[in-house]
Each structure stands twice: as C-alpha cells, then as structure tokens.
Ligand binder design. Structure first.
Ligand code: ADP
Length: 259
C-alpha cells in the first residue's frame, strides 16, 4: 500500500531480529548468493544467531546452496516456520515454488510475497539476518531499504563488474535511500592453478579495492575463483561449513569480521 500523507511506509521488519544486512550486487552471476551464504555461516561460527532471508525472488538459490532443495516449510495457523540447516534459520520463496518453475510474477505480487515472508515467518530471536537481494536496483531493493531498517549493505562485485559501473549503481542506490554501505567484496578476484600454482588475474584483480577507495567506502576483502567454492555450494554445504580450515573459509571469516 502506498504511504499515506507522504510519511514513511510502516516497517515490516521482524520484531526479534536485531540487525538486518543486505548482500547486493549490480548484476547477476557475480557470486552474491555464494557470498551471502558463506558470510551467514561465518557469522554463525562466531556464536551469533543467524537467519538467511532469500529475497532473490526471481532466482532463489538458498534452498540448493544450503542443502534444503525440495523442502517445504511447516505452516502452523498463519505462521510459517523457517527451515534450519548448518545452524542457520532459512526462508526463501524457493521453498514455496517448484525449482523448475520460473517465477513469473509482476512487481506487486513479488512485493506481497516478500512482505509475507518477513511478517508471517517465525524468525524468532536473531542477532543477524543476512538478506540475499536480487541483482540490480529494482523494487525489492527499494522495499527492503524503506520498509525494513537495514543495518547496512554489503556489495559483491567481480573486479570487472565494478569497473563496468553496475556495482557502483547499487552503491549509489543504497546511499540514496540512506542505507549505510558496509563495504565491497571482490569475488572471483583471481585464480590459482591447482596444478602449477600460477596465479592468474582473470578479471584484472584489485578493481573493487580501488573503487572502494574512490567511493569512500570500506574494502572488505577478496575471494578467489576456485572450483571448491562452487562445488561445496552446489552440494548444499558452502565452503565455510564444508572446509572450515581452507584459506577460502578464512577469507569469508575475515570479511564477516569487518561487517
Ligand atoms: P549471484 O548470486 O551473484 O547470481 P551465485 O552466488 O549464484 O551468483 O554464483 C554464480 C555461480 O558462480 C555459482 O555456480 C557459484 O557456485 C559460482 N561461484 C560464485 N563465487 C565463486 C568463486 N569465488 N569461485 C568459484 N565459483 C564461484
């Protein structure tokens, strides 16, 4: 419903959730969901109560990434129970639709679904909710920025994406709606050949650090392109949980420490 009298629309933030962090990207395929899942696991590893809200309505990937594909949440009366895995409480529109079915909703239906998942899900008491946002700067971003008090946004970018301005637009949007940008993560930053150890800067590593400096926001760290990061996510246990002693898990933990 549009705000009455020009005031701020009413908040739909779940009452027991202390901090809500949006993980966003300028475009799809840069590793936003992978980063969101691993940051959530890293935060949970510090003893925090963590929820994951998959707001990527058109391409929900949390059910598969967090090992809950094909599962359905329990509904008690008008309350929806979040699913749990790897110590996280998780809700995704992906639990409500079949994985093969494309979500062909118009904007208002999407906003209705988002609102319902925030309002009617029993999130309980959480220290942090990590929100996997859809890519870009559309309706969901505006709804989440205006109707949920976001503690901040983490922008995920490949070195190339930030050079090509997509990620900068996302950053500008959050600033415009007064959501603090917690910083930029450079994903697929470089590639180390597992056979010879040669390091290849596939997308010209370092773009995000430079952009962060230029834009006056923190640089949170970089994550290399590595097959284990993809394989562990595809298998439903992201690398922070699957291989906690790996350097990649350490990279995600260090990023989580800075947010
Ligand atoms: P987005 O949410 O931005 O669309 P995803 O997190 O779904 O992107 O990642 C897109 C694909 O790239 C997935 O298959 C994922 O496993 C893979 N991927 C993401 N980050 C990395 C990485 N650092 N190394 C290897 N594969 C990655």
């Amino acid at each position: 419903r549009p705000p009455q009298g020009g005031g701020r629309p009413p908040s739909i933030a779940p009452p027991g959730v202390r901090h809500i962090i949006a993980v966003a990207s300028g475009k799809g395929g840069v590793g936003k969901s992978t980063t969101a899942a691993n940051l959530a696991l890293a935060l949970a590893g510090r003893g925090l109560r963590v929820g994951v809200f998959d707001a990527d309505i058109y391409g929900p990937s949390m059910p598969r990434m967090l090992g809950l594909a094909g599962r359905r949440p329990e509904v008690e009366g008008d309350r929806i129970q979040p699913l749990e895995n790897h110590g996280l409480r998780i809700m995704s529109i992906g639990f409500m639709v079949n994985e093969e079915d494309p979500v062909v909703w118009r904007g208002p239906m999407v906003m209705g679904a988002l609102e319902q998942l925030l309002r009617d899900v029993d999130w309980g008491e959480l220290d942090v909710m990590v929100v996997d946002m859809p890519p870009g700067t559309g309706d969901t971003q505006l709804t989440m920025s205006q109707r949920v008090s976001l503690a901040g946004a983490v922008i995920v970018s490949t070195p190339q994406d930030i050079a090509l301005l997509d990620a900068r637009k996302g950053l500008a949007m959050f600033r415009h709606v007064n959501v603090p940008v917690m910083g930029i993560v450079e994903n697929m930053s470089y590639y180390v050949c597992p056979n010879c150890g040669h390091r290849e800067e596939v997308f010209a590593h370092g773009g995000a650090r430079r952009a962060a400096e230029e834009l006056g926001c923190p640089f949170l760290g970089d994550v290399p392109l590595d097959i284990r990061i993809r394989e562990t996510s595809d298998a439903g246990t992201p690398i922070v949980a699957a291989e906690p002693d790996s350097p990649h898990a350490a990279a995600y933990r260090s990023i989580a420490e800075r947010i």
